[in-house]
Write a protein that binds this ligand. Structure first.
Ligand SMILES: Cc1cc2nc3c(=O)[nH]c(=O)nc-3n(C[C@H](O)[C@H](O)[C@H](O)COP(=O)(O)OP(=O)(O)OC[C@H]3O[C@@H](n4cnc5c(N)ncnc54)[C@H](O)[C@@H]3O)c2cc1C
Length: 428
């Protein structure tokens, strides 16, 4: 039986481990954090889990839905259609349907029509390859018009990608428009249940999971086997599947440093920062508010309890304030108190009656490698799953191109990869 090590216990690693044990192979999964779930992991709030970073599914996320059903959690999956808006000129503007587009007053009627036709084209166009040689900025300016770009998309691209906004490749924008639904799927009680169930299913089939165990090195041997080093020592495997970011996998594997590193080690990602505030009353009636107005210290305000009922969280109202930034940004080293002091005046701008005393608790979360920066030529810099090191495979979030990252795409990639691997006898 092939002995596999899977590195990383997020959606990708857990799915890979499950599919391997299901076909009778031996698996040991290593995860640095004490709990499974990676970027989608949650923490307890009352009777539920709440994600550290806001999460939902789209109707097109069929692999994630199938996994939720396979694990017996389908009855907890709900599909509300919460209010989503964009803050423009101090007013939340809804823009998620043909009707709301017609009523979208920040743009003259002619521009709304042009925007509508361009969005329709992107929803219908199945082939993103023909958009591969242009940036989102150039395409939007050309087909949606200068004003639409400046009012709607430029602030969004800037808040998500900062200085790199004008380099973002059009397929990234296409994927966001092509696949997204207005009904949003959520696992009542938190996505953590999906990850806990995955661990349960892996262990039931004989797989081993090591949480709170950081991988320190991957060491290939002449016979094609590989050792995985952790603080507990070294263990030898026939195959290693790393779901860690490419940069981290290179750092752990001396044999990938050099040519491979020069070719594939340069893909960049931003980190994510999220403040989670618990309030004693609602702040808005909107679930998702993109911030297009200048001068705000966060790019999105996500009021989770306008999507899921506050009863799931002991009556608390939950507001996320999110940012994507280079990890060198000062936000990642500021104290939670200083960050909150920066955010409070902005919350008053969103709702003038807001008072700091509404905040009963708050927590801040940060993660590196959270938002791949998809620029022109990105696919040429994407490594294949098979690395030059025999039996070392790489599968991570940055490879879901042209999709933006998402649980669904990590699950789908893990399934594709495992299906493609030969079932072999162990050399150990
Ligand atoms: C702010 C934000 C909002 C998001 N919103 C959504 C959403 O609405 N819907 C959606 O579907 N997706 C969303 N996503 C994306 C989603 O979270 C990811 O696509 C998905 O969780 C990625 O899973 P993964 O397993 O590929 O990677 P990860 O979750 O990053 O897993 C990699 C794992 O490797 C572990 N690791 C790292 N180094 C080591 C080491 N040396 N040894 C052992 N383990 C190690 C990490 O701890 C981590 O658990 C969001 C992400 C962010 C940041």
């Amino acid at each position: 039986m092939t002995r596999n090590a899977v590195l990383g216990g997020g959606a990708l690693g857990l799915t890979a481990a499950l599919r391997l044990v299901q076909r009778g192979e031996e698996v040991t999964l290593y995860e640095r954090e004490p709990v499974p779930g990676g970027l989608a992991a949650g923490f307890r709030v009352g009777p539920s889990y709440l994600e550290k970073f806001y999460h939902h599914l789209f109707r097109s996320d069929t692999h994630a839905v199938a996994m939720i059903e396979e694990l017996g959690l389908g009855d907890k999956l709900v599909w509300p259609r919460p209010l989503t808006s964009t803050l423009i000129g101090g007013k939340p503007q809804q823009l998620d349907s043909a009707l709301s587009l017609l009523r979208f007053t920040p743009l003259p009627f002619q521009d709304r029509l042009r925007l509508g036709f361009a969005l329709l084209y992107l929803r219908r166009e199945p082939n993103y390859h023909r958009l591969e040689h242009t940036t989102a900025e150039a395409w939007i300016r050309r087909y949606m018009g200068e004003r639409v770009f400046e009012v709607l998309w430029q602030p969004l691209l800037r808040s998500k990608f900062g200085d790199r906004a004008s380099e973002i490749a059009m397929p990234w924008f296409w994927a966001r428009t092509h696949f997204r639904s207005t009904s949003l799927g959520y696992l009542r009680g938190g996505f953590q249940q999906l990850y806990d169930s995955l661990v349960g299913a892996i262990e039931t089939l004989g797989g081993a999971t090591c949480f709170g165990t950081e991988v320190q090195a991957i060491i290939p041997h002449y016979d094609g086997t590989l050792s995985v080093r952790t603080a507990a020592g070294e263990e030898r495997f026939d195959r290693v599947i790393s779901t860690l970011p490419t940069r981290l996998t290179i750092n752990l594997t001396q044999e990938l440093q050099g040519e491979y590193e020069r070719q594939y080690g340069t893909l960049q990602s931003y980190g994510a920062h999220c403040a989670v505030l618990m309030l004693d009353r609602p702040l808005t009636d909107i679930y998702w508010l993109n911030i297009n107005d200048p001068g705000y210290p966060f790019l999105a305000l996500v009021e989770h309890t306008n999507y899921m009922p506050p009863e799931d969280y002991d009556g608390k109202r939950i507001v996320y304030l999110g940012n994507y930034l280079p990890m060198t940004n000062e936000l990642f080293s500021m104290s939670p108190e200083d960050i909150l002091a920066r955010y409070v005046p902005a919350l008053k701008r969103v709702n003038p009656s807001f008072d700091e005393s509404w905040i009963t608790e708050y927590q801040m979360f940060k993660a590196p490698f959270a938002q791949p920066i998809v620029t022109l030529g990105y696919p040429d810099r994407l490594p294949a799953h098979q690395t030059p090191v025999m039996n070392l495979y790489l599968a991570n979030m940055s490879q879901v191109y042209p999709q933006d990252r998402g649980q669904n795409y990590s699950i789908a990639m893990a399934e594709r990869l495992i299906e493609s691997l030969p079932v072999a006898t162990s050399r150990l």
